[in-house]
Design a protein around this ligand. Structure first.
Ligand code: DGL
Length: 272
């Protein structure tokens, strides 16, 4: 048994879509979340910058004695997961492999769309992961960076959000998709809009579900699960506005007791 917290990171509020499922599936675990609003968005940054930001957060989480780190950001997973796994003395789990697995596992999907940030799309990580798992699938990657901003500004559920989703997803029209991977952790908060644009025949894949399963399996296999009869604590840090994070977390995690704190992260020296 191990009651140390699990660390979770994202560039902004998107990671809360993973936190939400962690709270549901593993309420006994304590969580420390870092939203890097000070550097938001990651999707337009260079690989070097993203690696530096993610590593700084990793070191912060290690100093807070987390037992495992979840990179609840597809962009940071795409650019920095191997680095984090090499540099940090704790297990680090990303969202891309679980997302690809979830898309393939469900119902023999053959035509799979992937919407993600500009940076994630440029790495080609999703098509690679999907083809490794199932060489014959046809993948339609699409960068939809403006959708990240609309979620971060908490404008989901508005007419503006729906119009933007319609416009951003228009290159996928007529592609006869079986499934669409929401390859950015901000996107599950636009699920309603995606449904309206795509209709009910396209399965929406949220990588968070499978990611949380992987975390649970790892903790169980390594005897690191927290005690069953406890309720874990949630600590929230933002490198930007604590108020913004508090509002997002209270709204999306449905818990009015949550409180975000501002944090300045130290610069890590071991990037190379
Ligand atoms: N939520 C992040 C992701 O999953 C990053 C979005 C961004 O900062 O551009 O990719």
């Amino acid at each position: 048994m191990d009651n140390r917290p699990i660390g979770v990171m994202d560039s902004g509020l998107g990671g809360l879509s993973v936190m939400r499922i962690m709270r549901q599936q593993m309420p006994q675990e304590s969580l420390i979340f870092v939203g890097d609003q000070g550097h938001f968005p990651y999707g337009t940054k260079s690989a070097t910058e993203i690696r530096r930001f993610a590593l700084n957060i990793g070191h912060f989480l290690v100093r807070h004695h987390v037992k495992l780190m979840v990179v609840a950001c597809n962009t940071a997973t795409a650019e920095a997961l191997p680095l984090l796994q090499t540099k940090l003395p704790i297990p680090v789990i990303g969202v891309v492999q679980p997302g690809a697995r979830a898309a393939i596992a469900a119902n023999n999907h053959q035509r799979i769309g992937v919407i993600a940030t500009t940076a994630t799309t440029a790495t080609g990580i999703y098509p690679r992961a999907l083809h490794q798992l199932s060489p014959n699938v046809t993948v339609f990657p699409l960068a939809t960076q403006p959708l990240v901003t609309i979620v971060e500004h908490r404008q989901t559920g508005t007419a503006k959000a729906q119009q933007l989703v319609d416009r951003q997803l228009s290159p996928l029209a007529g592609k006869q998709l079986d499934a669409l991977i929401m390859g950015c952790t901000h996107f599950p908060f636009l699920q309603m809009e995606f449904r309206k644009t795509l209709g009910s025949s396209v399965a929406l894949i949220d990588p968070a579900e499978e990611t949380v399963k992987q975390v649970q399996d790892y903790l169980r296999d390594h005897k690191l699960l927290a005690g069953a009869n406890r309720r874990g604590r949630v600590r929230l840090y933002s490198t930007g506005s604590a108020v913004h994070l508090t509002q997002g977390a209270r709204g999306w995690l449905h818990d009015s007791t949550l409180f975000g704190h501002h944090v300045e992260l130290a610069e890590s020296k071991d990037l190379e």
